[in-house]
Design a protein around this ligand. Structure first.
Ligand code: MRU
Length: 430
């Protein structure tokens, strides 16, 4: 099993000798690789902390599985501080060490606050609800035991997420091979993706990007035992936060996976150029492409998949699914571990879509950067992030962070358990 490389490790948690949690500051990728410590669940007035809530809401860490893991570990961190940091710590955080009932109520209140940091990705809420269950069902007054249980749960969740990603890679690869075999496809093919769904968005390896890593590892030209092979990936830039250009391009380059970055308004021209090259009138546009292999799969991650298979993911995902419907040969794949599935919501209409600040659209966040620096080279350098205005002041702006792709537009949902296609009446059975 290929392990996540250290420099792409979004979350570092240790229970011994010291209990500590640090996250890669993803706002600074690809300019600089710096870890920041998290020491509480949510801000406390009068106390200097950097909390899980702030890290998640401020996008220092992002991606559905990653925010779930950071959220859960931040609960462990605060509990450790409160239980082992002396009486002052407990008082600052307003926990009563002498009354288990009151202690648990305070903890549940803090977890509820954490869940509100980002509403669309269900993983965070799912992980937190499971910890709340541990708290509520803990009948003993032994708070040390409660701490150990939550620690164990969070560590297991982290390990499970990594294994899930590998399994998603395997099932995704299998689906792609099955489709291409059935269609008797021969030669090279490309894939398209959006946002960042890789090591940085998870415990390591990735979901949609995990499938692309698997394609590169097992189905590239020199590895494929079939008549077809994976040749190229097209990540979309993913405005307004640029997770595609900042993070996915960084990961693909790091993994040496052949790719070409495109902006979010290029997919239709690109697909038409590649998939209908014989009829394509503008041959000049093809000449400068690194690969002319047709796009056969659009592979996306997910923040929430509901009971009927509708899928919330980064804004822009829905339009990619619409585009895939215009081309019979393109299959649209949603990849996610089962903590992303929200069985309690029937359809995408009921998913709460997070709206983010206006200045994410009117300003661009970046840094002056010389050369191409990877994590190891960059630890010591300090990069200053700058916001540059790109639109007039005081204009109306709409900034939904996610959209919903209806299940009708999805060909396959890949989880760590299996790959799922629709039945003959067009329904997914999740
Ligand atoms: O706003 P972000 O960067 O947290 O959005 C992330 C996405 O939309 C990802 O595609 C999704 O969380 C899946 S990550 C494996």
């Amino acid at each position: 099993m290929k392990k996540a490389s250290m420099s792409l490790q979004a979350i570092k948690f240790s229970a011994t000798p010291e209990v500590s949690l640090s996250i890669l500051n993803q706002l600074q990728i690809p300019y600089q690789s710096k870890y920041i410590n998290i020491d509480s669940i949510a801000p406390i007035s009068g106390l200097t902390t950097f909390s899980g809530y702030e890290a998640i809401k401020g996008m220092y860490t992002r991606g559905a599985p990653a925010i779930m893991l950071v959220g859960c570990f931040s609960i462990v961190i605060e509990l450790n501080r409160v239980l082992h940091g002396g009486i002052d710590s407990a008082q600052y955080f307003k926990y009563d060490l002498n009354d288990a009932g009151s202690f648990k109520r305070r903890l549940l209140e803090r977890i509820d606050q954490l869940i509100k940091s980002r509403p669309t990705a269900v993983n965070l809420a799912n992980g937190c609800q499971k910890i709340k269950k541990i708290v509520v069902s803990h009948e003993s007054s032994d708070l040390e035991l409660l701490y150990t249980r939550i620690l164990q749960f969070s560590e297991d969740l982290y390990k499970e997420d990594y294994q899930s990603n590998i399994n998603i890679g395997e099932h995704g690869l299998q689906y792609i091979k099955d489709v291409l075999k059935k269609e008797n496809f021969k030669g090279p093919f490309s894939v398209m993706t959006i946002c960042n769904t890789g090591s940085l968005a998870t415990s390591g390896y990735g979901t949609a990007l995990g499938i692309i890593r698997h394609l590169h590892q097992y189905l590239s030209k020199d590895k494929s035992t079939d008549d077809f092979y994976f040749e190229h990936a097209y990540p979309c830039e993913t405005r307004p936060y640029n997770q595609g250009s900042r993070l996915t391009a960084y990961e693909l380059q790091y993994e040496k996976i052949p790719f070409t970055l495109i902006t979010d308004n290029m997919p239709s021209f690109l697909i038409d150029s590649l998939n209908r090259k014989e009829q394509h009138t503008n041959q000049g546009s093809l000449a400068s492409l690194a690969s002319t292999a047709p796009i056969r799969f659009i592979i996306v991650g997910s923040d929430r998949i509901v009971k009927n298979g509708d899928l919330a993911n980064k804004i822009g995902t829905f339009q990619l699914s619409l585009l895939s419907k215009l081309y019979d040969e393109i299959k649209f794949i949603g990849a996610a571990p089962t903590p992303t599935i929200d069985y309690s919501t029937k359809s995408g209409e009921d998913i709460k879509i997070e709206e983010r600040p206006k200045d994410e659209l009117t300003m661009v966040l970046g840094a002056k950067m010389n050369g191409n620096m990877f994590a190891e080279d960059k630890e010591s350098k300090d990069v200053v992030l700058e916001r540059v205005r790109m639109a007039p002041l005081e204009i109306d702006v709409w900034n939904p962070s996610f959209d919903v792709t209806p299940h009708q537009n999805i060909d396959c949902i890949v989880t760590e358990k299996e790959y799922l296609v629709k039945d003959s009446s067009g329904e997914f059975h999740l």
